[in-house]
Design a protein around this ligand. Structure first.
Ligand SMILES: *[C@@H]1O[C@H](CO)[C@@H](O)[C@H](O)[C@H]1NC(C)=O
Ligand SMILES: *[C@@H]1O[C@H](CO)[C@@H](O)[C@H](O)[C@H]1NC(C)=O
Ligand SMILES: *[C@@H]1O[C@H](CO)[C@@H](O)[C@H](O)[C@H]1NC(C)=O
Ligand SMILES: *[C@@H]1O[C@H](CO)[C@@H](O)[C@H](O)[C@H]1NC(C)=O
Length: 607
């Protein structure tokens, strides 16, 4: 006789399997899925932290992370500019794959909140993966991945559309435009266009006054007046310190709502810290993912009085130390809630220090240590080699240092692995899971080749020849420094990626493992190795190019143009302005006590 479909033995084993399965599920949720806190600084240099060899800046809290965790010394951003680097960080893919790499020298970042480019909604961020796995996800601080596609409120690129449950911060980035008395940065970039527009607007009415012209076009007086007025308004809006155009990028949001425009910069650090601590308090039963995306250490380096004059390196050093202090406050909160053992903490910077940031008072940008170049450059280490620290007590060995090549793109697969996320299919993920390396289960990085882009053009490639533990770097193109040899392009926003650059044939080859400051290129004539290494790398570049598919260009000239119908604005357009940070008095007290270091752990005043 035929057995029934499932006999008792089968039933027993099935229920055992289910029972064990649910036990395992419990284990996974209770024990192995940690909370995740990610810190990302803006334009912080590799040489700005004490734990990376700067013995004169005081960063005790970040140093503590390094002491209690794993410090990476060859941690690489996928781009040397904010927008593309962060797009790669969030998605684990080279920015050319998502269309977030620009082929023009002018629009290498998202430049307007009222532009139509941004991180495409069909890209998957690590936040989205973890959100699907039950994590509560929050982003506090800078976004800079675009805002809307077709209408002011569609917010198609908004963090809440990219897997974050909560957003508090600037959808753009910190800019001195928000501060009345500073020369606005955007204004510096757009200087020529602005003058041309003003002159054209101003000249039209004047020309119409010339008798011969006036005979051709009979223009009524009111029209002439209107033009003159327009020119005046245009001029005032851009060139006076109270111009309303300055407010256009200067927006503070909570979720989808604009709560302040222009942002009051002096309060921002306190507000961010408060939000971060409140987030931890809200979701401490976990698991949560908190991405603290600092506005530090970008100009105008708004720094609390308490830290001004604190460091040996002027306002820039003060600002670094203030950021470190904020890191410390978050770590304290984790300790206080007894979450530290169960939380993976990561610290990094989106790209290298910005050497061009200077004014009369001195250097306002970061220090890249012994590495050549800085932010805005593709290949030279200074622009892409950034701090990278992981702390996860009980899992990662304290005080470990890893020299293997790793990438910011690795965060995506790493978080996906530890959070139990399922990476999206049908697309290339360029990052690699770092856990085996961090835990010491393997001793070599999984990366064999890494490609270094400047905008959308590939300048440099790196080959990690594991059998002899050598890291080779080939530069096909390098930026032209000005003045020559300066390691930067002083007097401009950043070195160009194309056009005025140097093409190398044969390429420049460096052995980064022995010559980290890229000062001694191998001689193509008498190094037998030269050809074989360059050939190997060229083949890898060809293969990599073969995996690229054409995608819509998010940073095209059209997408980066300012569009009035996309401009986020509270109040009356174009004179946007509001301040709905309603909990001011409460907050002021709360924050002040924080800055006074007298916080004792009561969260009563946090909403
Ligand atoms: C430390 O950092 C400051 C600020 O960026 C920089 O000016 C200084 O040269 C650095 N010092 C060392 C020893 O790296
Ligand atoms: C964290 O883990 C360490 C080592 O396992 C242990 O000594 C310590 O007590 C733990 N701390 C908390 C708050 O559980
Ligand atoms: C997203 O959409 C664009 C345009 O439709 C397409 O080219 C691209 O391949 C898509 N990306 C992914 C990851 O599916
Ligand atoms: C913070 O410190 C200032 C002076 O340093 C003091 O006037 C103020 O009362 C302190 N505030 C709180 C809430 O402790």
């Amino acid at each position: 006789m035929k057995q029934p479909f499932c006999g008792w033995r089968c039933w027993l084993s099935a229920s055992l399997w289910c029972f064990c399965g649910s036990l395992q599920g419990m284990f996974v949720t209770r024990n192995s899925r940690p909370n995740i806190v990610l810190f990302m600084a803006d334009d912080l240099g590799m040489g700005d932290l004490c734990c990376y060899g700067n013995n004169s800046v005081s960063t005790p809290n970040i140093d503590r992370l390094a002491r209690e965790g794993v410090r990476l010394t060859q941690h690489l951003a996928a781009a040397s500019m904010c927008t593309p680097s962060r797009a790669a960080f969030l998605t684990g893919r080279y920015p050319v794959r998502s269309g977030m790499a620009s082929s023009s020298n002018l629009n290498r970042d998202v430049v307007w909140l009222g532009g139509s480019g941004g991180l495409p909604p069909n890209e998957t961020t690590f936040a989205k993966l973890l959100q699907h796995r039950g994590y509560r996800t929050g982003l506090i601080g800078k976004w800079h991945q675009g805002l809307s596609c077709a209408s002011r409120d569609d917010h198609c690129y908004h963090p809440l559309n990219h897997g974050f449950d909560y957003f508090y911060g600037m959808p753009f980035e910190l800019l001195s435009d928000c501060q009345g008395f500073h020369t606005p940065e955007l204004h510096r970039q757009l200087r020529v266009q602005l003058w041309v527009c003003t002159v054209v607007l101003g000249l039209i009415p004047l020309l119409l006054l010339v008798p011969t012209c006036a005979r051709w076009f009979l223009v009524p007086w009111p029209v002439i007046l209107a033009f003159a007025l327009l020119a005046l308004v245009f001029f005032v809006s851009w060139f006076s310190s109270y111009g309303f155009t300055r407010r256009w990028n200067c927006v503070l949001m909570r979720d989808h709502e604009i709560i302040q425009q222009p942002v009051r910069l002096e309060r921002l650090a306190s507000l961010m810290l408060k939000e971060a601590l409140a987030f931890i308090d809200r979701y401490k039963r976990g698991p949560f993912l908190l991405f603290i995306s600092f506005l530090h250490v970008h100009t105008p380096l708004v720094t609390k009085e308490k830290f001004v004059g604190h460091s040996k390196f002027g306002l820039y050093g003060d600002n670094v130390e203030e950021m470190d202090w904020m890191v410390g406050k978050v770590l304290e909160a984790l300790d206080r809630e007894r979450l530290a053992n169960h939380t993976l903490v990561y610290f990094t910077s989106d790209n290298g220090g910005r050497l061009e940031a200077q004014d009369r008072s001195g250097q306002l940008g970061g220090w890249n240590g012994r590495y050549k170049g800085g932010r805005g450059m593709a290949g030279w280490e200074g622009g892409i080699r950034v701090p990278g620290i992981f702390r996860w007590p009980t899992v990662l060995e304290a005080g470990k240092v890893i020299d293997e090549p790793t990438s910011l793109m690795d965060i995506f697969p790493t978080l996906s692995y530890i959070g139990g996320g399922i990476p999206p299919l049908g697309r290339v993920i360029d990052g690699r899971n770092l856990m085996p390396l961090l835990e010491g289960r393997v001793s070599r990085s999984e990366h064999e080749f890494l490609f270094h882009y400047c905008g959308a053009s590939l300048h440099t490639a790196r080959w990690y020849q594991k059998d002899c533990a050598t890291v080779w770097k080939v530069h096909f193109v390098t930026p032209k420094f000005s003045p020559e040899g300066a390691g930067a392009c002083y007097g401009s926003e950043a070195c160009p990626c194309s056009g005025d650059v140097t093409y190398h044939d044969p390429p420049l080859l460096f052995d980064i493992s022995r010559d980290p400051s890229e000062s001694r290129p191998l001689n193509p004539d008498n190094e037998a190795l030269f050809d074989s290494v360059v050939k190997k790398i060229e083949a890898a570049v060809r293969q990599h190019r073969g995996t690229l598919t054409p995608v819509p260009q998010q940073l095209s000239v059209f997408n980066t143009l300012w569009k009035p119908w996309l401009q986020p604005c509270c109040g009356t357009f174009p004179f946007c302005g509001c301040d709905r940070a309603d909990d001011i008095s409460d907050m002021e007290l709360f924050v002040e006590s924080k800055w006074n270091d007298t916080f004792t752990g009561s969260h009563a005043e946090v909403p």
